[in-house]
Design a protein around this ligand. Structure first.
Ligand SMILES: *Cc1c(COP(=O)(O)O)cnc(C)c1O
Length: 384
């Protein structure tokens, strides 16, 4: 039976639930490190929780079904997932990555993977000629769309065509839209990444990360890596993410509705210079978004008239906290310049437009009037 995405949030692994002997509606937390073997050479399918755990497996099957993949692996954080994924490459390999990525990913690539012999070209995949950066040792294209924080939209299908022509892997970090609004594997990507800490978990209370693929070869490699490096998600945290996913559909719809109301307000606010949101009709990414996504999401980046006003807003909103992270039920304001993107080299930050006047907002599920009023009051109390 082909299930719609809302239903998959609960029943993405119907078989796994049916196999539960008590009929438990909530999948149990198997808080165990190890499993007894029936006899030598036989296994229940579970040997040791670094390799497999029933709660983590149930979560992985639900996430695989949400992304239309054949396998998903759950890690202890988004960065643990990306770090494990990078183990499929070897010294001498070269990767093309978008220049506007989550700051932690750039930090990993430039400080740890480079040291281990992997090289990178960071380019603007929504504007530049990606093909001209391909070298004989290039192995993959790594993108986020929309990008973090500037909300550039990258054409997944176009990237997939280039990747196929040169036998490269296309890796898409799909954190910003979640599988509810976008499924990169359907557009030719080979691997999807999620920081499960964000929309999948949805409550700003648990770290998690995922690697999803529709290739058995990559799945086999990743299964070997997770059992060897040991960064799999714990049973309890797996359960928390499962619980978060049950409400993914309603959260995504409500937070997007709120985001659209906030974008409308910000675009009419004279002290706001620029609003970056792919749902704005004359924005460069609008048409591509319509083709590859079912929604525009709830991440907004905006530039105010001065760095002083940006800092004033972060200090004087009464409701909205100034905090890192995104994708939770609580709306959060982030200052990429000193938070998520502080470790990104200055020239990259500049080229991307991440100035001291740029704020990023992850819109939650509060009443939209309260959110707009909070922003309005913080901005109007600025007398600079
Ligand atoms: C947060 C984030 C990550 C890293 O995930 P963690 O769970 O914080 O380790 C990776 N990519 C994107 C787009 C993110 O927003």
């Amino acid at each position: 039976m082909d299930l719609s995405i809302e239903t998959k949030c609960m029943y993405g692994d119907r078989e796994g639930l049916k196999g539960e002997p008590t009929g438990s509606i909530s999948f149990p937390i198997y808080q165990t490190a190890t499993y007894a073997h029936p006899e030598v050479g036989k296994s229940t399918g579970f040997d040791y929780s670094r390799l497999q755990n029933p709660t983590r497996q149930h979560l992985e099957r639900v996430v695989a079904s949400l992304e239309n993949g054949i396998d998903a692996l759950a890690f202890s954080s988004g960065m643990a997932a990306i770090t494990a994924l990078m183990e499929i490459f070897k010294p001498g390999d070269h990767l093309i990555t978008d220049i506007d990525l989550y700051g932690g990913s750039i930090r990993l690539f430039d400080n740890i993977n480079e040291k281990n012999g992997i090289s990178f070209s960071h380019i603007n995949c929504s504007k530049e000629d990606v093909e001209s950066y391909i070298k004989p040792n290039t192995k993959a294209i790594y993108i986020e769309t929309p990008t973090n924080p500037m909300m550039n939209v990258v054409d997944i299908e176009k990237m997939a065509e280039i990747a196929k022509a040169y036998k490269l892997l296309l890796i898409v970090d799909n954190t910003f839209l979640s599988p509810y609004f976008q499924n990169p594997l359907d557009f030719g990507a080979d691997i999807v990444i999620h920081s499960g800490t964000k929309f999948l978990g949805g409550h700003n209370d648990t770290l998690a990360g995922f690697v999803i693929t529709n290739s058995t070869e990559i799945s086999d490699k990743m299964r070997f890596i997770i059992k060897t490096v040991g960064s799999g998600l714990s049973p309890f945290d797996s359960w928390l993410i499962l619980r978060g996913i049950k409400t993914l559909a309603v959260r995504m719809e409500k937070s997007q509705e709120n985001a659209i109301a906030i974008v409308d307000y910000l675009r009419n606010e004279p002290k706001v210079k620029n609003v970056y949101y792919p749902g704005i009709k004359d924005s460069p990414g609008y048409e591509i978004s319509k083709r590859q996504s079912r929604g525009f999401g709830s991440m907004i980046t905006f530039e105010v008239e001065s760095p002083e006003l940006a800092r004033h807003i972060l200090k004087y909103t009464k409701l909205i906290p100034f905090a890192e992270s995104l994708g939770g039920v609580e709306t959060l304001l982030t200052y990429p310049f000193t938070q998520t993107h502080a470790d990104v080299p200055e020239e990259i930050r500049k080229a991307n437009g991440i100035t001291e006047s740029v704020l990023r907002m992850s819109v939650g599920i509060e009443a939209k009037e309260d959110l707009v009023n909070d922003l309005k009051e913080a901005i109007s109390s600025y007398k600079g």
